[in-house]
Design a binder for this molecule. Sequence first.
Ligand code: ATP
Ligand code: FE2
Length: 326
Amino acid sequence: MLCLGIEGTAHTFGVGIVSSKGEVVANASKTYVPERGGIHPREAARFHAANARTVLDEALREADVSLDEIDLVAFSQGPGLGPALRTAATAARALAVWLDIPILGVNHCIAHVEIGRLTEGARDPVTLYVSGGNTQVIAFDAGRYRVFGETLDIPVGNCLDVFAREVGIPHPGGPNVERLARDGKHYIPLPYVVKGMDLSFSGLMTEAVRKHRAGADLRDLCFSLQETAFAALVEVTERAVAHTEKKEVMLTGGVAANKRLKEMLRLMASEHKSKFFAPPMKLSVDNGAMISWAGILAYKHGVRHRLEETVVKQRWRTDEVDVVWR
Ligand code: ATP
Ligand code: FE2
């Protein structure tokens, strides 16, 4: 069985094709880059609509299959930006109706975890999922993926991106902050906020921008911003590991590209005698393959969606999904 998965929660329009045995045979995508400022949901939706056909064709070519060999269509039903989600859902419905095959909406955050379990061999990890739109510590418990900690305001990737924009570091913010941070020498104290198991990054971001305006060295600031934000992420993940007593830690999402964060989390995992996993970046960033695989897992375990049930869910929470496949 082949599942074609469509991702479209935010910047990326992705189409992946995965077999029921778990072979990723295609993973194509295109990513919308706003000309300036942050993401405009309607612009992203327009980008997805304009590029859907190209990305679909690329995935079919990569897998060397034709559309009539596809048995199931899955799509990112949420959480995400309404207009972007609706475009991906519309593409998925059109394909399912036209090919007369089943359709399944899947949870984007859970798909990030499941593709890591598939390709990295993690069985039951505590996952730190960090991107421009999400920051969550997720672990499986009693039939659901529970959120053990999350940001109360902005996601960590957004914190890095907005800081970069405010201080004139060119796009893409995250990777450029990482590069500058490598030359940082002195730690500049910044607000470190962990509330219970939750995180907050907006005060940190504002204060880092303020210190830049007050003349602080940019490399030192990038270094300090990373150290502060990442220490908070690692602290919350560590507490989830201690609480759940799980023996695996996984890092995923776009910010997982950061070597410093990876190093800090790996160290924490080893101190807890836990194995550390991080999927390759093409499966860590938003991608269609993870949606396909999450679709296969649900389908194989009897989950079915009627067309009326494919309405997008902008605020669909990780812990609202019945994880019948585990
Ligand atoms: P989602 O829908 O999951 O929120 P997204 O639209 O933010 O995803 P991703 O590609 O998963 O897309 O993540 C992009 C984020 O990752 C951006 O905030 C970017 O700055 C950040 N990022 C990318 N590379 C690095 C890096 N080397 N260091 C820190 N952050 C990075
Ligand atoms: Fe994502």
